[in-house]
Design a protein around this ligand. Structure first.
Ligand SMILES: Cc1ncc(COP(=O)(O)O)c(C=O)c1O
Length: 357
């Protein structure tokens, strides 16, 4: 097994004489083993790991300079929206949000941009963006396409093979898979970008710790066992929810009548385990969530234990109420990350909650 190199520094043999390891912010063998692993899983030239998904996102944005323009698919993770609009906008990077599930909108918008940042399916409304079509539009004007692939993991979707330049993950989620580590990674196709991400990793210093790197390495060993089970349970839960009288709408790309179903089928090998559903009002969601016993109410996703959340007050609280309303993230919306428990137990638990709605 890859050891956990729990050290801050490395003893050197003389002035300028060392074996490639000087200081643990700059290099760590456990972290490097994970980076090579994740680069291979996503089919990238290289990968760099950071202290969280947000730190990885920040690292990718450091490829840009003041005055450059980013187009972002709307209803991205609230933390991404917050970093872009409240932090990086202060440095003169320009952000425009649009519904990228229709590539025609991007073309119709006109105007140049330097980076296109998407999630697919989006968080939390599960809109599907056509990676290959968007990559072609970005490429035509020399812009980079970045895909946050956290929801799908490389087990179901490999955006670099579809033309994306960079893939980002919160490794906190499916890659680690056990809700016991916070981390992030950026995987790149172009060695030139890899060089910068490594430089930035050392310069800014938001590195993944050796123990967290070891946990994610261990998580990746069971990714191919966990993901099919997540998906199998996800399908059972989505279909169950759709038939319930208290549930107004279920957002899951696996439904054949989901507007992005065909595109998703073309670009991914599974539908994953992320589902959102609308209980109508905040009061209904407020009665439903505390009644659950197996599904845990909490931020995050992608663990083998089912996590359920209320986007308006949790993951997407960073959006203003008006922004949430414009996007359709209502107060009755609930998001579930379906775990690997027994499906019948999950249904019984959801049924218990729904009797309170
Ligand atoms: C899709 C997505 N991207 C990025 C992040 C940020 O990751 P982290 O919490 O590890 O910083 C999250 C966190 O929930 C997420 O859901």
């Amino acid at each position: 097994m890859t050891p956990i190199y729990q050290t801050a520094t490395y003893v050197q043999e003389g002035i300028g004489k060392h074996k490639g390891y000087e200081y643990a912010r700059t290099q760590n063998p456990t972290r490097r083993a994970l980076e090579k692993n994740l680069a291979a899983l996503e089919g990238g030239a290289d990968a760099y790991c950071y202290a969280s998904g947000m730190a990885a996102t920040h690292a990718v944005l450091s490829l840009l300079k003041t005055g450059q323009r980013v187009v972002v698919s709307d209803n991205v993770y609230g933390g991404t929206h917050r970093l872009f609009t409240k932090v990086l906008a202060r440095y003169g990077v320009d952000f425009t949000f649009l519904d990228a599930s229709d590539p025609g909108r991007l073309e119709a918008r006109g105007g140049r941009f330097d980076m296109l940042w998407i999630e697919t399916p989006t968080n939390p409304l599960m809109k599907v963006c056509d990676i290959a079509a968007l990559a072609a539009i970005a490429r035509r004007q020399g812009a980079l396409l970045v895909v946050d692939n956290t929801f799908m993991s490389p087990f179901f979707q490999r955006p670099l093979a579809l033309g994306a330049n960079v893939v980002v993950h919160s490794t906190t989620k499916f890659l680690n898979g056990h809700s016991d580590s916070v981390g992030g990674v950026a995987v790149v196709r172009d060695p030139h970008h890899a060089e910068w991400l490594q430089y930035y990793q050392n310069a800014a210093g938001a590195i993944l710790s050796p123990f967290d790197a070891w946990l994610v390495l261990r998580g990746t060993k069971t990714l191919a066992l966990r993901m099919p089970r997540h998906e199998e349970n996800g399908k059972v839960v989505a279909e169950f929810l759709r038939g319930q009288p208290g549930v107004k709408k279920v957002y899951w790309p696996g439904f054949p009548d989901h507007p992005g179903h065909e595109v998703h089928r073309r670009q991914a090998t599974g539908f994953g385990a992320m589902i959102s559903f609308d209980l109508g009002t905040r009061e209904a969601a407020g009665r439903f969530l505390p009644a659950l016993r197996l599904c845990s109410l909490g931020e995050s996703l992608g663990g083998i234990e089912t996590l359920i959340s209320h986007p308006a007050t949790m993951t997407h609280a960073g959006y203003s109420p008006a922004e949430r309303e414009a996007l359709g993230i209502g107060d009755g919306l609930v998001r579930i990350s379906v775990g690997c428990e027994d499906a019948d137990d999950l249904i019984a638990d959801l049924q218990r909650g729904l009797t309170k709605v």
